[in-house]
Write a protein that binds this ligand. Sequence first.
Ligand code: ADP
Ligand code: NI
Length: 214
Amino acid sequence: MKNIIDNTVEFVKQKLEGAEAGHDWFHIERVWKLSKKIAEDEECNHDVVELSALLHDIADPKFHNGDETLALKVSREFLESQDTPEDVIEQVLFVIKNISFKNRSEVPQNLPIELKIVQDADRIDAIGAIGIGRTFNFGGFKNNLMYHPDIKPQLNMSKDEYKKSNGTTINHFYEKLLLLKDLMNTEKGKKIAEERHDFMLLFLDQFYKEWNVD
Ligand code: ADP
Ligand code: NI
C-alpha cells in the first residue's frame, strides 16, 4: 500500500497544480498530516484514511460547475490503475462523497470512523489562522466583499443557497467556520478545534475594533 500512497501523492500534486490557494496541494498535505495524527488514537483502516485525505478535493464541485460525481470518477479510475483492492476503493469513495460541510444534512447516520477522521481534519484546516487565510483567499477569488455592516449572516441556508451565496467573507465565519468546533467527531479533533476556534474569536474582535475607526 505504501507504493499506492506515494503514487497518490504525485497524482494529486499534479492534478491540483494552479488550484486556488485554499484548495491546493498544501491544503491536502495539511489534511493528510492531521488525519494521520487523529488516526493514531483511533482503531481504523489507516490506508483508507490516508487515501481519502489525499483524494478528498481532487475535483471539488465548486471548481467544476457543481459536478458532484467527477471526484468519484477520477478517484476510482486512479485507484483502479493502481490495483487497489475493491473494498478499499469503495471505502475511500464513501468518504469523498460524504465529507462535505454543505452535504451535512444528507449524510447517513453511523458514519465509518475513517470518514469521521478525515472530516475532522478537513474541518480543522478550515478554522484557526489557516482557516482565516483560506477564507479571505477564497472570498477574494470570488470577488466578494470582506465585510459589510448591513449584510447579515444567513444561518440555516439550504445547500443550494449556501453554494450560491455571495455574502461577505466575515459572514462566512458565522455561516460555517464558528459552527465547526461543535461538529467535531473525534476527541483529538475537538481538542485541536477548540484552540483554533478561540483564535478566530480573537481575530473577529480585533477586526471590528479596527473597522470602527473613531
Ligand atoms: P466543503 O468543501 O467542506 O463543503 P466549503 O466548500 O463550504 O466546504 O468550503 C471550503 C473552504 O472554502 C472554507 O472553509 C472557506 O475557507 C472557503 N469558502 C467556502 N465558501 C466560502 C465563502 N462564501 N466565503 C469565503 N470562503 C469560503
Ligand atoms: Ni478539503
